[in-house]
Ligand binder design. Structure first.
Ligand code: PLP
Length: 406
């Protein structure tokens, strides 16, 4: 079965109010009604096509949601102000007091903190498991489990979830399978593999210019209607709605996502192969040494490659910091969290994006001090970048001087 997410985005056709090739931006927080009756019906959820108030929905947000749903192959989608603004309401909508979640233990630090520290205040407990072991996942399910949660490619360890295997378990036990696909847009299509809900932080690859935050929940019309319900919908009531101007700009950036993902993937594969050959401990799903390389190949939409994220382990946090500072000084990228920018971004997750995870748990999951996470940029000449990076590694002593820079 071949799924063409970029074609699905491209096939959408828009006309602006005056025939513009971009849809007009709805620069309004509130909307008028010609009759009071229609306003009442809209509040009741019975007036399709009418807009009420922009926290609920706006034309610009619906256009962006439509493109994201087309990309993921779901019925519809609801955009949010941030990735966390998408993840948290859907979890709160699907779980009530006394419910339970089974989650991968290697997930974004913010999501981990939400499940570990925040939802227990509302009586929702989470068991964190090694998501690559399906028997362990199934064994963690309790009678009150409602949600199975994972990232298709995990932050920061780049573990790969067997989405089809997890979907089977979810179906068998009547759970909703939620997959955060932030690290692998276009490459992996979780809904096609059986996920019920696909989440993204649009802040990353999808927007791609590190100038805005955004998030999305892709799922069934029924779920999205529930989330938007004015009486008890978590997206509507928690209020992390996206601004229309931002929705319009993210929609425009989405049109080049396929070109960018191919270049991110091409550059990351080149560097991962070189780093590994140099003897660095390198993790990248495109390397045959990655434990889930074959699984990734089975799941992926091939033309977009293995993604733009890779990690290396340089032994200690001090070395990692020294190397990152030098690479930034030599203009090879930025010492910054986040991902999906045109320049390479690097950070040491143990002391930054995953610092919410306690040290013992970091150790248990294999998150070491010397780990550097790279989001590889769109560099035109990646061979030149490699030579310069290797020189930095030699200069800080991560690689031996004898290792000729070729
Ligand atoms: N999911 C993943 C995999 C992430 O890496 C991040 C942020 O780093 C988020 C979700 C949260 O997204 P945001 O920062 O847009 O709220």
């Amino acid at each position: 079965m071949s799924f063409k997410p970029a074609n699905n985005i491209q096939d959408l056709q828009y006309f602006g109010e005056f025939g513009g090739v971009n849809p007009s931006i709805s620069d309004s927080s509130t909307y008028t009604f010609l009759s009071a009756k229609t306003m009442f019906d809209t509040f009741e959820g019975n007036a399709d096509g009418c807009y009420l108030y922009s926290r609920h929905s706006s034309p610009s947000n619906l256009y962006l949601g439509e493109a994201l749903a087309a990309m993921e192959g779901t019925e519809t989608a609801n955009v949010a102000a941030t990735g966390m603004g998408a993840i948290t309401p859907v979890l709160m909508q699907l779980c009530a007091q006394g419910d339970h979640i089974v989650s991968s233990r290697t997930i974004y630090g913010g999501t981990y903190a939400f499940l570990k520290n925040f939802t227990p205040r509302f009586g929702v407990e989470t068991s964190f498991v090694d998501i690559t072991k399906l028997d362990v996942v199934e064994a963690a399910i309790q009678p009150n489990t409602k949600v199975l949660y994972c990232e298709s490619v995990s932050n920061p360890l780049l573990e790969v979830a067997d989405i089809e295997g997890l979907a089977k378990i979810a179906k068998k036990h009547g759970l909703q399978l939620l997959v955060d696909n932030t690290f692998s847009p276009l490459t992996i299509s979780p809904a096609r593999l059986g996920a019920d809900v696909v989440l993204h932080s649009l802040t990353k690859f999808i927007n791609g210019s590190s100038d805005t935050m955004g998030g999305v929940i892709c799922g069934s019309q029924e779920l999205i209607d529930t989330l938007r319900n004015v009486n008890d919908g978590a997206s509507m009531l928690l209020g992390a709605s996206m601004d229309s101007l931002r929705a319009a700009s993210i929609l425009k950036n989405m049109r080049t996502l396929h070109i960018r993902m191919k270049q991110h993937s091409h550059n990351a594969l080149y560097l991962a192969e070189k780093f590994e050959a140099d003897g660095l401990k390198t993790v990248y799903p495109g390397l045959s040494s990655h434990p889930s390389h074959e699984l990734f190949k089975r799941m992926m939409n091939k033309e977009y490659g293995f993604g733009g994220m890779l990690t290396i382990d340089v032994g200690s946090l001090d070395k990692a910091n020294e190397l990152m500072e030098l690479m930034q000084e030599r203009n090879l990228g930025y010492l910054a969290v986040s991902l999906g920018f045109y320049k390479t971004l690097f950070s040491a997750p143990g002391s930054s994006t995953s610092s919410e995870i306690p040290e013992e748990e970091q150790a248990a999951m294999g998150l070491t001090d010397g780990l550097i996470r790279f989001s590889i940029g769109l560099d035109n000449d990646i061979a030149r970048t490699y030579k310069m990076m290797k020189q930095c590694m030699v200069d800080v002593g991560v690689l031996k001087t004898e290792a000729a820079v070729h």
